[in-house]
Design a protein around this ligand. Structure first.
Ligand code: ADP
Ligand code: ZN
Ligand code: ZN
Length: 710
């Protein structure tokens, strides 16, 4: 077609895995009727196989690599949709490159489902028009709240932020209750005042738990509409809020990790609260870190970003220590309130009742006696982690996973109880066997305790006390978690039992005691990040105690950590509230053994019905990688990149079964790739992936860049 007008092909991003097709963008012909309407960032409907899909125009071109006779034409242009800004396409491109995925695999899932569904041919009114009508900004409380005057440390931090011009990463490091949220809100408010139509993005780890945050933020920005984005929203609401953000009608956007991929045309500032939280890392699909993408986004858009935490991730702390991030410290709680004292209770040789040492039981009784609240923390939901046969040693293993099925009580807490065995990994459920499946013995015993059994035991230890539980099982019922939290605030609860969920951001005024039941899990784990996570969790849980402004109450607040290793250094740092000491010591260890943030990792995971197939795939993958490194790569590999591949900066470790080998009936193995710098790692991965796609294997595989769990 010699006289094709310029730009008559559209390169369209579609949500198909690059693993299968090897391509990322697909060419479609732009027929003259659409020639004016199609722009980079336009939404189009394209034929795909026998069906149709919504795609995004990533590029326009006057030629196609494909035989033009085979290029199919676009079906429609969604001209009611907002043209997505180049800044967003650039962020998507960065994300796709960095995590080695297709452009469409990143772009399309970032768009609410309602909006990326091809419209029915005769649909009345577009999905966009409906979403526009539906948007109702997060409602403020009755009266707009007036901010408290900031203290000196807050003012110092705010001054630095207000002076920030262009891109810069700031770490706001402050203990729980030190007033970080106030600093964010003051800063964002000033940014909005300075930028006539500017937008600000506030990322939080888990918004479903804290609807009051949106209300609080809305109250502080009565003049600006606030959009909220998280995966728990109804489809219609998500589309409405997303569109309001994209069209600039919402100037404040609060959301969980997925919000980092919302196109914000007038972005002026970003806050990532609790930046260390693991939920910022997506664990399926494109395994991106929303925190890292937020930093990349801030850099591309030349805007300042604040990462806030009481216990920053070691990656972030390292960058702050190196001076790459600006460290802003809020060393004290607001009003100078002391942090509660932390005591270690040695479990060795103690007779426990309901997992609690006598000292812990006494402490609970004392707090309740004064009319105060106690929080009992255990990071295990369900009734008991395993059911066992006393006769033959049978254990309630999951048939599909290398894990035990957990005994759960279902139905009401009072009244006849029913139990089920549930796998926390594959969700398989079964009735509790009446007799041992192996030997017929009728005595089946629950071993250990989860939140439900602890709740039950506490009810026996403290009869007549009001006990409430909060964990993911409770939270499954919409509104139930909030009910527990409200009851605790209202003083209608004496003892709170729960998992990490209780640790997140709640300000219980009458809470003067925290007991961490089982704290040893992270001390000797094979996962090198376990101590870091454990420290953060305990610090956060401990931070729930003594938040009332009443000094006497703060003074008698206690945090008890039950442990069999009271002399472990981690507890020493914790007792001294010495995050910096802990973090520096962890960094020294990691440097010694060559772990992140001193080295850079990517993990190739493979799974197959049988382990040998997964391992065999990884062995081939390793071989393919080594021949690339030896310079025997596929032809066409640019010389420069071949050089960097030969560089011994990249190491391929041996394939090994994953710690939890079997999951949902498939067996899993992994191969770790390590490098001393990001650049050679990514150069290697870029060359390696096409070679992996060519391997013949029944194994399914994915790549995880900067994996959090190894
Ligand atoms: P963080 O986010 O560090 O845990 P918050 O910002 O939530 O801390 O502050 C904890 C509590 O202290 C909140 O109730 C907040 O309203 C209050 N607060 C924060 N800063 C001040 C201040 N300068 N004066 C009085 N109260 C404050
Ligand atoms: Zn048995
Ligand atoms: Zn299972």
């Amino acid at each position: 077609m010699p006289d094709t007008p310029p730009g008559s092909f559209a390169r369209v991003a579609i949500d198909v895995p690059i693993v299968h097709v090897g391509a990322s963008l697909f060419d479609y012909a732009i027929t003259p009727e659409f020639a004016d309407a199609v722009r980079v960032g336009s939404w189009v409907v394209v034929p795909w196989g026998r069906g149709r899909r919504v795609g995004l125009v990533a590029e326009r071109s006057d030629h196609s690599e494909i035989d033009t006779a085979r290029v199919r034409p676009l079906v429609a242009v969604l001209d009611d949709a907002p043209v997505l800004p180049p800044s967003w396409l650039e962020l998507v491109r960065f994300c796709a490159d960095y995590y080695h995925r297709g452009f469409g695999e990143v772009a399309l899932p970032a768009i609410p489902k309602l909006l990326r569904t091809p419209p029915a041919p005769k649909a009345r009114g577009s999905a966009f028009a409906r979403a526009r009508k539906r948007f109702v900004a997060a409602a403020a409380a009755e009266v707009a709240s007036t901010p408290p005057p900031l203290n000196d440390a807050q003012i110092a931090a705010l001054d630095v932020l207000l002076a920030a011009n262009g891109f810069g990463v700031h770490l706001l490091h402050g203990v729980t209750g030190s007033g970080k949220t106030e600093v964010y809100l003051h800063w964002l408010s000033e940014v909005l005042a300075r930028h006539a139509n500017g937008q600000v993005l506030l990322l939080v780890p888990e918004i479903a738990l804290t609807p009051q945050l949106a209300t609080q933020v809305a109250a502080r920005f009565p003049a600006h509409s606030v959009a909220v984005l998280h995966s728990d929203l109804a489809d219609g609401d998500r589309a409405a809020h997303w569109l309001a953000a994209v069209e600039g009608r919402a100037r404040v956007v609060i959301g969980t990790r997925l919000a980092v991929l919302a196109p914000l045309p007038a972005l002026a500032a970003i806050v990532v609260d609790e930046e260390h939280d693991a939920s910022y890392k997506q664990q399926e699909g494109v395994r991106y870190s929303a925190r890292d993408l937020a930093i990349a986004c801030a850099s591309q858009r030349k805007v300042p970003i604040v990462l806030g935490s009481a216990t920053p991730s070691l990656e972030t702390w390292f960058s702050a220590r190196r001076g790459r991030y600006r460290l802003l410290a809020l060393p004290e709680r607001v009003g100078g309130a002391r942090l509660p004292a932390l005591e270690r209770v040695d479990l060795r040789g103690k007779t426990l009742r309901c997992e609690l040492a006598p000292a812990s039981i006494d402490a609970i009784a004392e707090a309740l006696g004064r009319g105060e609240q106690a929080l009992v923390f255990i990071n295990r939901r369900g009734y008991a982690p395993v059911l066992a046969c006393e006769g033959c040693g049978w254990l309630s293993r999951c048939s599909e996973c290398s894990a035990f099925r957990v005994l759960h009580r279902v139905g009401a807490a009072r009244g006849p109880s029913k139990y089920r065995l549930v796998c926390h990994h594959c969700s398989a459920e079964q009735a509790v066997p009446r007799v041992c499946p192996d030997c017929g013995n009728v005595d089946l015993e629950p071993l250990g305790r989860g939140t439900q059994r602890l709740e039950e035991g506490l009810a026996e230890l403290f009869p007549g006390r009001r006990i409430a539980r909060l964990d993911r099982d409770v939270a499954r019922t919409r509104g139930a978690a909030q009910k527990v939290i409200d009851a605790a605030h209202a003083g209608d609860v004496d003892i709170l039992v729960g998992t990490q969920m209780l640790a997140k951001g709640h300000d219980f005024r009458r809470l003067t005691l925290v007991v961490a039941v089982d704290s040893d899990g992270g001390l000797f784990s094979s996962d090198f990040r376990a101590p870091e996570r454990m420290f953060a969790t305990l610090m956060q849980v401990a931070g729930r105690a003594g938040r009332d402004p009443d000094e006497a109450q703060v003074a008698r607040s206690r945090v008890i950590v039950q442990t069999r290793f009271p002399d472990h250094p981690l507890f020493g740092y914790l007792a001294r509230h010495d995050y910096a000491g802990f973090a520096d010591q962890q960094l020294a260890e990691r440097r010694e053994v060559g772990l992140p943030p001193y080295r850079f990792q990517a993990l190739l995971r493979a799974e197959a019905p049988v382990l040998v197939d997964a391992l065999a795939f990884l062995a081939q993958a390793k071989q393919a990688g080594e021949s690339l490194q030896a310079g025997k790569g596929p032809q066409g590999l640019a010389r420069a990149s071949a050089e960097s591949l030969r560089d011994d900066a990249v190491a391929l470790l041996d394939p090994v079964p994953m710690a939890m080998t079997r999951l949902a009936g498939r067996e899993r193995a992994q191969l770790l790739v390590e490098a001393s710098a990001r650049r050679p790692l990514h150069a290697f991965l870029r060359a390696w992936l096409p070679a992996l796609r060519d391997l013949r294997s029944s194994a399914r595989w994915q790549l995880d860049v900067d994996p959090l769990e190894i």
